[in-house]
Design a protein around this ligand. Structure first.
Ligand code: KIV
Length: 263
């Protein structure tokens, strides 16, 4: 488990790749804290995964702070990155820092924000204020309407060049790591080689310095669309359905509760 942003350096220094997963609640945070996962992200995907919205645009600072606090209670020692929800990092440095303050007071060690153009000064201001910032480029879900859907980014030469430039600009602005989401693997490899800070890939191939997945995706818990880049490590949908069916059958058949389970 990583204790500070210094731990992220190990990936750039060519040692073992970093592992991150998303986490939104205390119960899961406790389980992750007892695993070999390096750090957790309280992603704004919480709006979709836990609250059932159709995009991350429904997350706000109070939702993110509430979930960050829950994760911190469950994992007091873990390195927690909290997402800045739209449009908290687009309102100028002052209001952005107020959002950062809420997330840090809730328990975040660092914040993550999407995109680069138009808020590099804000990134500098947050980093200069002493709070570590993680960047996020490629498929930036808060821009889903602008991007026209959840699709791979940087396929065309112009878009690839822009991504490389934005990645360098974010590194110069002081980010300690950069998430690359749904970027073609060769381009992610080039960006990774060019940057002095680690890249954390999601749907961006094996050459990033680390990987992140939405926990519910890797546990096979999502009921709808499963992106191609996700590897599921268990079928929790089936396991949970089976447990609920057996519980219902036991209650229905008066096999639960037993004498031993009663007072
Ligand atoms: O919100 C989120 O879960 C994320 C990850 C997909 C990187 O930003």
């Amino acid at each position: 488990m990583i204790k500070s942003i210094r731990g992220f350096r190990k990936a750039v220094d060519g040692r073992s790749p970093l592992t991150m997963v998303t986490c939104y609640d205390a119960w899961t945070a406790r389980l992750i804290a007892g695993s070999p996962i390096d750090a957790v992200l309280v992603g704004d995907s919480v709006a979709m995964v836990m609250h059932g919205y159709d995009s991350t645009l429904h997350a706000d600072v109070s939702m993110m702070a509430r979930h960050t606090a829950a994760v911190r209670r469950g994992a007091p020692q873990s390195f927690i990155v909290a997402d800045m929800p739209f449009p908290s990092h687009r309102l100028g440095s002052g209001p952005a820092l107020e959002a950062v303050d809420a997330l840090v007071k809730a328990g975040a060690n660092a914040v993550k924000l999407e995109g680069a153009a138009g808020h590099l000064e804000t990134v500098r201001h947050i980093v200069g204020s002493g709070i570590p910032v993680m960047g996020h480029l490629g498929l930036t879900p808060q821009a889903v309407h602008q991007l026209g859907g959840y699709r791979v980014q940087g396929r065309e030469p112009e878009a690839a060049t822009r991504l490389r430039e934005e990645a360098r600009a974010l590194a110069e602005a002081g980010v300690f790591a950069l998430v690359l989401e749904c970027v073609p693997a060769p381009l992610a490899g080039v960006i990774t080689a060019e940057l002095p800070v680690p890249t954390i890939g999601i749907g961006s191939g094996p050459d990033c310095d680390g990987q992140i997945l939405v926990l519910q995706d890797l546990l096979g818990a999502q009921t709808d669309f499963q992106p191609r880049f996700v590897r599921t490590y268990m079928d929790s949908k089936v396991a949970i359905k089976d447990a609920l069916e057996r519980y219902a059958a036991d209650v229905g058949g008066r096999r639960f509760p037993s004498v031993e389970e009663s007072f």
